[in-house]
Unconditional design. Structure first.
Lengths: 381, 272
């Protein structure tokens, strides 16, 4: 992340900021399929990637796009795809493959209303649980979000850095409003951007074990073509990468896949906290809704209402510890969401009955306004 | 004696294929072709989907990628486009490539991306226990076609040719030397190349279709296959129940990753 905001100032929509962030992060392969409201990410990368020596390909479907980025990533090239609701559903099986085979890649979901074809041009936040549990089987996953074009730029870079660090797919989930709002973005100078590249083996090929058990739980996968010949599969496998039916090996693999993220949750989780010190009510909001929530907090404070905001920029792993701390200090949470309470359920779990949790849902395709939040907060005080 | 062990992951044997399966014959023909062409094991990648044939990569000592059902060609497209220096071989089956993965199959052919696809056709879903596949003949028996198959089969070589592949051939595991030559030619071709390989599945197909013994299935392959040149001289009556083997399509058309590289070069020059 850039420490100070110096660089080129541009007007840009969140989707284009995502494409710029990808290029800045070192992404050199994009495979995608057209879908509203995410297509601008692909369109800008179709223009930019070949100009920096990278590759863009429009695949025949969403599933193929997800497969292609996994294949590309195994050659050592940072890879990404972007989609929206229905496309995100289609990608799930191969997202699970990337979890299982531990192939770093970035999947962006610009959320629209669902289920099914739903509302292609309206915002929603109804895929946040799917981002966590969309693919079958036990696994852990990292899901980032953003509330502005600037933050989308920064979170795209962070998504690549986390993918390369933890050898995992990372999902960046934004909503249609963030994706399409034109606003000021500062594109930092190259030296202002921290880039992480995946590790490569240093031991001789004959000693190499791609999925070797280590303290960090994170494997080191050699890029295809550099002399380490190994096997990658979606089947349960042992340290060698070959399929196994040995119960102990299977258990070690499945627990490690979760451990490698959960063990590092302190380093992954990020939350913005606002005016919580003396708050009676805490708003828990993310994405576009967090912008309304910030305004609501300011307006409430001016009227003497003691309210604060917790705004996670990482949705998964869920910031349970932070929510519990806040729950011990406040009377209630208000969780405004453009869904029927998908993250509110997590807040309820994390708060452990120390504070009431009030769901403020909107699923009509319109955004949640500051006034709606203020009204709800005042009712809680 | 040819040294297969150089290319084999001996520690993964015994393999999972049934007695009488043709897949091991394809594996050996492939290894001989790779050896003949002097392809570096470090720079070769074998990508497969799900099914009996898709277990081949586990036994070959190169970079190997065993993906999700039907998606081998999609993954392989990513590998090849990201690093065109790699030799990318796709190993797949009739169900994997032409049912669940049919879309990737035709679009990779249309793009003419430099992949060599070895498509094992055993007319059945073998691994899952003998369900009907897109290549099961009309009247063929399968666990999900217990009264005989009603659906006309795909001509999967014809499909690749119609979609734009630069090289399409059909071989079979009875004519082993011919098969090796076809695989070699396919790998030499710059562009999307397919070898449809008729490979018997006595366990799931033969037993249901009066060819329970592997030898019966091999004899059947011998009977139904006709070289392309001879096939073309045959009358419609004679062609009934026969399939042509040999090179079906061999054309020189622009290859996708080369075209992409040219685009990158053009943009680099324009920028200067």
């Amino acid at each position: 992340m850039p420490n100070k905001r110096s660089g080129k100032i541009v007007m840009m929509q969140g989707n284009h900021a995502c494409s710029e962030g990808a290029i800045a992060a070192g992404c050199r392969f994009y495979a995608g399929y057209p879908i509203t409201p995410s297509s601008e990410i692909a369109e800008l990368l179709a223009r930019k990637l070949p100009a920096v020596g990278g590759k863009f390909i429009q695949m025949e479907d969403e599933i193929a796009a997800m497969g292609a980025i996994i294949g590309a990533s195994l050659t050592g090239v940072k890879s990404m795809t972007a989609t929206s609701g229905p496309g995100f559903s289609l990608k799930q099986e191969n997202i699970g493959y990337a979890c299982m085979a531990e192939v770093p890649c970035v999947v962006v979901n610009v959320q629209r209303g669902g289920p099914s074809t739903g509302m292609p041009t309206h915002p929603a936040q109804a895929d946040v649980q799917q981002a966590r549990w969309g693919t079958h089987g036990d696994h852990s996953i990292i899901v980032l979000t953003a509330s502005s074009a600037q933050e989308t730029f920064e979170q795209t870079i962070r998504a690549f850095n986390l993918a390369e660090t933890y050898m995992t797919p990372v999902i960046l989930i934004i909503d249609e409003i963030v994706g399409h709002t034109m606003e000021k973005v500062i594109l930092p100078d190259r030296e202002g951007i921290g880039i992480i590249n995946r590790k490569q083996p240093t031991i001789p090929p004959e000693q190499y074990l791609p999925y070797k058990k280590t303290k960090s739980c994170i494997p080191i996968l050699a890029n295809f073509g550099i002399g380490y010949r190994y096997h990658v599969t979606g089947l349960c496998h042992d340290e060698t990468g070959f399929p196994t039916n040995e119960p102990k090996e299977i258990e070690a693999l499945i627990t490690r896949l979760s451990e490698k993220i959960e063990r590092h949750r302190d380093k992954i989780i990020q939350c913005r906290l606002m005016m919580l010190d003396d708050a009676e009510v805490a708003i828990f909001a993310y994405g576009t809704v967090a912008r309304s929530a910030r305004r609501a907090v300011k307006d409430c404070r001016e009227q003497g209402v003691r309210v604060g905001l917790v705004e996670p920029t990482v949705l998964w792993p869920f910031p349970s510890e932070i929510v519990l701390d806040i729950a011990e200090a406040v009377d209630a949470f208000v969780v405004p969401e453009m869904n029927l309470g998908q993250m509110a359920r997590e807040v309820e779990l994390a708060a452990k009955c120390k504070a009431r949790v009030h769901r403020l849902s909107r699923v009509d395709g319109d955004p949640i306004t500051p006034d709606q939040i203020i009204y709800t907060v005042k009712g809680m005080v | 004696m040819f040294d297969y062990l150089k290319y084999i992951r001996e520690w993964n044997f015994p393999h999972i294929w049934c007695s009488g399966c043709g897949d091991g014959i394809v594996l050996k023909a492939l290894i001989r072709a790779v050896h003949k062409l002097g392809i570096s094991r470090d720079e070769a990648v074998m990508v497969s989907g799900i099914g009996c044939s898709s277990r081949t990569p586990g036994y070959v000592d190169i970079n190997t990628l065993h993906t999700t059902h039907g998606r081998a060609i999609a993954f392989a497209t990513g590998v090849k486009l990201a690093n065109p220096k790699l030799t990318v071989i796709v190993v797949t089956g009739d169900g994997d490539a032409t049912a669940i993965g049919g879309n990737h199959y035709i679009h990779a052919a249309r793009r003419n991306i430099d992949l060599t696809v070895l498509l094992y056709n055993n007319y059945i879903y073998g691994m899952t226990g003998g369900q009907v596949s897109p290549t099961t003949p009309i009247g063929g028996m399968a666990s999900t076609a217990p009264y005989g198959n009603l659906e006309p089969p795909f001509n999967i070589s014809g499909l690749a040719g119609a979609a734009g592949a630069s090289f399409v051939a059909r071989g079979d595991v009875y004519h082993v030397q011919k098969l090796e030559k076809l695989i070699t030619k396919a790998m030499q071709k710059k562009g999307f190349s397919v070898v449809e390989i008729l490979s018997p599945c006595p366990t799931a197909y033969g037993r249901r279709n009066k060819m329970a013994h592997p030898v019966q299935m091999m004899k059947w392959l011998k009977e139904i296959t006709v070289p392309v040149a001879k096939y073309e001289r045959m009358s419609p009556e004679e062609k009934k129940g026969k399939v042509r083997t040999g090179v079906i399509v061999d054309v020189d058309i622009p290859e996708y990753t080369e075209q992409y590289q040219k685009l990158i070069e053009r943009l680099r020059v324009e920028k200067q």
